[in-house]
Design a protein around this ligand. Structure first.
Ligand code: N2P
Length: 361
């Protein structure tokens, strides 16, 4: 009897203790970290980490603009960050709490300062490009040896898509990237904010829409890796993760990531602290942990995305820092473009247009 009582008392005390344990809630993109790092953070700091994932800037933006997300750290892309800063969604960083800030790479910080003056609200986590993931043997089997593997023709020409539909094609469900890709393809400014120009993207999608099996921003990694699909318009590191998963499975699937010669979008994903974060102090600890050179290198080595941390570079694997699909060389860099945030009115046009394109009506 006494023993039972004591056990109950002990576990009640433990539960009370747990209820008061410090917690940091992070909301990051899916397939974007080595989970061993999450445990390492908990062990080093004694802080409980709640780690949730998303795969859409639009979804994150809705949460940020509504407020009360309950998150301490979130990771919008630069353009979305800029819009959310303007809306008052983020608190300025307390740089005195970020001892690893000197590790950051000025080449990237200069670029991200365009979205956030002086990088006052966010640090760069990773950056990359939006291109095409291809199961090369499969695509050559269907389109022949001279398949346009270096061109957006692969996915924007109906004659190609008609054949590729047989092995499966996915597109990202990311209007702020997929509309610019279509505009860039037809020689329009991918960063146009003119609704009449943006509307031209519809004519690019119309002839190929019947052959797009799905618009989704995370399923394509496994779908490419297991041969369920043969082409995905997707993000650099995700496609390279698919390549590795296929190699590990030894299933005969060979995946390559392509930055088409017509150009591809380059973007920067930024870690920021919501204005109403429950634990801003813990959030700064998480950001500082991420900016540690070895931690940041471990993350990039795992997910094949480049990062904005100069000090991490000596710890990067050669197949990461030496791969122009991850760290583009100068020629590839010249082939990329960036965009700026859509003003709210244009954003509504974009959202409507994207819904129409996806519904295929
Ligand atoms: C990770 C996707 C991150 C890139 N799966 C999107 N900005």
């Amino acid at each position: 009897m006494t023993k039972t009582l004591m056990t109950l008392t002990a576990s009640a005390a433990l539960m009370a203790g747990l209820a008061h344990a410090e917690e940091v809630r992070v909301y990051n993109w899916s397939d974007y970290i080595d989970e061993a790092l999450l445990e390492k953070f908990e062990q080093e700091t004694g802080i409980d980490l709640v780690y949730d994932v998303f795969d859409s800037n639009e979804l994150l933006q809705t949460k940020m603009l509504a407020g009360g997300s309950g998150y301490d750290v979130v990771v919008p892309t630069g353009t979305f960050l800029q819009r959310q800063i303007a809306a008052g969604s983020f608190q300025p960083l307390d740089k005195s709490k970020l001892s690893n800030l000197d590790n950051m790479w000025d080449v990237i910080s200069d670029r991200t300062a365009k979205y956030d003056a002086d990088n006052a609200h966010a640090i760069n986590y990773m950056w990359g490009t939006t291109g095409i993931g291809v199961n090369v043997p499969k695509v050559k089997e269907l389109l022949g040896e001279d398949a346009p593997l270096n061109s957006w023709d692969l996915v924007f020409k109906a004659e190609n898509m008609e054949k590729l539909a047989e092995c499966g094609v996915h597109f990202l469900d990311a209007p702020a990237e997929m509309l610019p890709a279509a505009l860039n393809y037809i020689g329009e400014d991918p960063d146009s904010h003119d609704p009449d120009v943006i509307a031209k993207a519809e004519a690019v999608y119309e002839p190929v829409r019947p052959y797009i099996q799905k618009f989704h921003s995370s399923e394509y990694i496994n779908a490419l890796a297991n041969g369920e699909i043969c082409v995905a318009v997707g993000w650099s590191g995700d496609v390279l993760q698919a390549r590795d998963r296929a190699a590990e499975a030894d299933n005969g699937v060979e995946v390559e990531y392509i930055i088409p010669t017509e150009g591809a979008q380059m973007w920067f994903d930024m870690m920021a602290i919501p204005v109403d974060a429950p634990n801003p102090d813990g959030a700064h600890k998480f950001l500082d942990f991420i900016m540690n050179a070895e931690n940041m290198a471990a993350a990039s080595n795992y997910v094949y995305y480049a990062n904005g941390n100069k000090a991490s570079q000596e710890f990067l694997n050669e197949d990461v820092i030496g791969d122009p699909a991850v760290y583009p060389d100068e020629a590839t860099m010249e082939n990329t473009y960036t965009t700026t945030p859509y003003p709210p009115k244009v954003q509504r046009v974009v959202t409507r247009l994207w819904t129409t394109i996806k519904s295929g009506t």
